[in-house]
Design a protein around this ligand. Structure first.
Ligand code: NAD
Ligand code: IPM
Ligand code: MN
Length: 346
């Protein structure tokens, strides 16, 4: 029987609840489809940091490299560990070290879910650059604590980085409805974003079958609310993609529905699957986190591992569950009840 080795990193807050839910759905789907998921759990989190002084051991990346994929809950507990420490000590190094440059985030309404918009029939796939840009981590502070303090944070856009994410987005558009929206702010940020627009135009010549439109981020934010049905694939830089995908989550009914895949398209290292949301300290330990975003991310993981039948089974079970009214609005059903309904549908 085929076995996939999965590293599980529940992380902080609701991360534990939602990864446990996803893992039970994944196990059930694997059992029915006739393959094995061999999971190894790592307690790397803010609690681990408080104990050891690091978010993960010094050889954490090398440990993870031996797995076929990573399923992650959420990282961050700002009450105890500054976000700048926790995220730069675990989540961001994984994305960068494993060259997970394509962050794929689907936004559509599941059956039975009432979004905040009038529009119901939208199906957007956000492709977010995931390793450089505004989140490169290049910068510093000088004269700290004085009146002359200076803080510099440099966005880094490389030709390799911009071309590969746009090419990935063009390919996704080709496999879907043939439309690509490329998002920048080149009217104000003329160097980096002008460069992104230029590479978009160069690639457009290679993809004459794709209808490409460049939008400014501010206009795109409005379009996602006013006319989401006009969008197919949306490609954006790290920061812009981050913001647009919480907006995407909102229009699909909330962060509890927004799934994400951090993909290394070359498969030279494991890819990582996690919900768009964070550790949700405001509802942690209440047992009401919606596990659907993480279960959906688990289905994306199975797709990536080539287990397309099991992935489709999980999606169908999620959809049957929401169609029956379970898990459709925040706080209405408990995590356990939503998970049980999805397992029953599987
Ligand atoms: P958040 O996504 O954790 O929460 C935002 C809001 O959405 C909260 O009101 C929360 O209750 C709600 N929410 C989130 N997920 C939900 C779910 N599954 N079901 C129901 N409601 C849900 O964002 P935040 O509060 O800005 O961040 C909290 C911590 O998580 C911070 O440390 C932040 O840096 C971190 N964070 C981590 C990730 C990640 O690991 N990928 C992503 C975002 C934020
Ligand atoms: C996300 C999160 C992370 C990001 C944070 C926690 C660093 O917001 O995955 O969307 O911006 O990448
Ligand atoms: Mn985010």
């Amino acid at each position: 029987m085929k076995t996939h080795r999965i590293a599980l990193i529940p992380g902080d807050g609701i991360g534990g609840d939602v990864t446990a839910a996803a893992w039970s759905a994944l196990q059930k789907a694997a059992g029915s489809a006739g393959f094995t998921l061999d999971g190894t759990e790592f307690p790397w989190s803010c609690a681990f940091y408080k104990e050891t002084g690091a978010m993960m051991p010094h050889d954490g990346i090398e440990t993870l490299r031996r797995f076929d994929a990573i399923l992650l809950g959420a990282v961050g507990w700002p009450q105890q560990v500054p976000d700048a420490v926790s995220l730069h000590g675990l989540l961001l190094p994984i994305r960068k070290s494993f060259v997970q440059y394509a962050n794929i985030r689907p936004h559509r309404l599941l059956p039975g879910v009432q979004g905040p918009l009038k529009a119901e029939a939208f199906d957007i796939l956000c492709i977010r650059e995931n390793t450089e840009g505004e989140y490169s981590g290049a910068g510093g502070r000088i004269h700290q604590g004085t009146a002359n303090e200076v803080a510099v944070e440099t966005s880094i856009f490389t030709h390799t980085g911009v071309e590969r994410i746009l090419r990935f987005a063009f390919e996704q558009a080709r496999a879907r409805r043939g439309k690509l929206a490329s998002v920048t702010k080149s009217n104000a940020q003329k160097y980096s974003m002008g460069f992104w627009d230029e590479v978009t135009q160069q690639l457009a010549a290679e993809y004459p079958d794709i209808e490409v439109t460049s939008y400014h981020i501010d206009a795109m934010a409005a379009r996602m609310v006013m006319a989401p049905e006009s969008l197919d694939v949306v490609a954006a830089s790290n920061l812009f993609g981050d913001i647009l995908t919480d907006l995407g989550a909102a229009i699909q009914g909330g962060l509890g529905f927004a799934a994400s895949a951090n993909i290394n398209p070359d498969r030279s290292a494991p890819s990582m699957f996690e919900p768009v949301h964070g550790s949700a300290p405001d509802i942690a330990h209440l047992g009401i986190a919606n596990p659907i975003a993480t279960i959906w991310s688990g289905a994306m993981m199975l797709d990536h591992l080539g287990e397309t039948v099991a992935a489709a089974a999980i999606m169908a079970a999620i959809e049957r569950t929401t169609a029956s009214g379970i898990g459709t609005s925040p706080g209405k059903d408990r995590t356990e009840a939503i998970t049980a309904a999805i397992l029953a549908a599987l």
